[in-house]
Design a protein around this ligand. Sequence first.
Ligand SMILES: Nc1nc2c(c(=O)[nH]1)N[C@H]1C(S)=C(S)[C@@H](COP(=O)(O)O)O[C@H]1N2
Ligand SMILES: [Mo]
Length: 505
Amino acid sequence: MDPDFPLWLRATHLLNFVLIGILLRSGWEILSSLPRLWWRNDCKPGTEWARFTRRRLPKEEGVYTSLMDERSASPLLTLPGRKNIGLGRHWHGLGTTLWLLNGVVYAVLLFATGLWRRIIPTSWDVFGDAWDSLVVYLGFGMPSIEHFQPYDALQMLAYTGVIFLLAPLLILTGLAMSPAVRSRFPWYVKFWGGHQGARSLHFIGMVAMTLFIVMHLGLVFIVHPDYNLPRMVFGVEDPSRYAQAFTIALATIVVVVAFWIALSYLSLANRARTQRILVAVTEPVRRVAFNWMKPRMRRQGSFTEDDISEFHWTNGLPPTADESTEWLEHRDDGFHDWRLDVGGDLNGRTLRLSLDDLRKLPKTEYIAVHTCMQGWSATSKWGGVRLREVLDLLGPRPENARYVLITSHGLAQEMYDHRPREPFYAVLSLDDVDEAETILAYERNGHPLEVHLGAPLRLRVESQHGYKMVKWVRSVEWIADYSGYGDGRGGTREDAALQAFNGRI
Ligand SMILES: Nc1nc2c(c(=O)[nH]1)N[C@H]1C(S)=C(S)[C@@H](COP(=O)(O)O)O[C@H]1N2
Ligand SMILES: [Mo]
């Protein structure tokens, strides 16, 4: 006899439990890096609708950085814990990929086998019946077993809602936070109320999912567990095997929770290794899913003057005397003698361009949303010169050039393991360099760039998060390979926070 709850159903159910735990825990890690939520897309201090920190934000721009706002969470609770947003994001990416695969297998088999009929309601009566069940539960009673066929109306509504509304909402709002998606489909991010709308809805969806899991787990053990548990474990309705099923279910939960926590400590035991492994397995998915997206921000539906923000968060403070006296001197004389070094070994020469030289090149201007991977955003009009055009002043691209290295006058704000702070740099792939919106910006909202936002020149790459957008730029050059720079991961945030090179999400 075929079991009522076939093996594929029980297996996807168990896997779903494991993966949702990974998603929740890594999601909390990401949230702990900026423990506040907004609806306003400039994240102006004091306007957050929720916060999970006692710290008050200074109202002034450019004195407080988002790295300062990061909270350390326990590895018992988050994945991996202890201020590791880079690894948390990798786990979230891997978790999402596996969860989507598992979900697709489940949905296909659900419809192929006809089992969808016991989950998706096909009659309006379900609402009345669900109400009756609810009234029984609220009176601390429970509906008798005949109501469960195998699910009662309340279960059908809850399961249908979670699988076909809540899960898609989480996926869609998650996607809306990818810079690659935003640069290619600006209207899509606007649809969700901007980056902060998507982020807040993603959070609310997470809370709903968590509440569902708690209720679901509780009720399975409280309401006719002698039917539920043998079905879930053995696939058949057999109350005589209740004790056995109960033991297996409980042991499984203990093992899964231990597994979640073990992932945190294993990740923390060797963070560099964890990054290597997670990046290796998530990279192919990112490539297929995001790397083809090219910015289309100047098209209809893009951001307009009305979107420009009142406030702009900061990450990384201007160079101090121990970082660059050179930059401080330039700042003090209005960047008059400041020069951008263009070129290096591959070209065999270096051009030194002044701000005036750059201003004489064709100007590119567009309105764009800046997002930090930690979660804040701000919209500005950026003006500057295409990176590709600056590099072209050196002549054709050297044949062995695979990347562009951009260096800064400042040091990294902090590194993991409290290692010495390295000079801030970023490496761009040729695809990013060739995007028309990849610019060296000297203006914001029509004014020369502010000191805390990177004066006199900063990078903008619209299909990436902020960590690629080097401020206080010192030099740009073609390179063949990035393994010799910093820790060899292709950028300071890759080195310091173990973020993925060419992340795009
Ligand atoms: N030189 C330098 N550039 C930097 C940083 C930094 O610390 N130093 N932080 C990066 C990060 S993580 C972000 S989110 C953006 C923040 O840009 P903003 O301070 O102009 O808002 O700058 C990027 N560029
Ligand atoms: Mo950032």
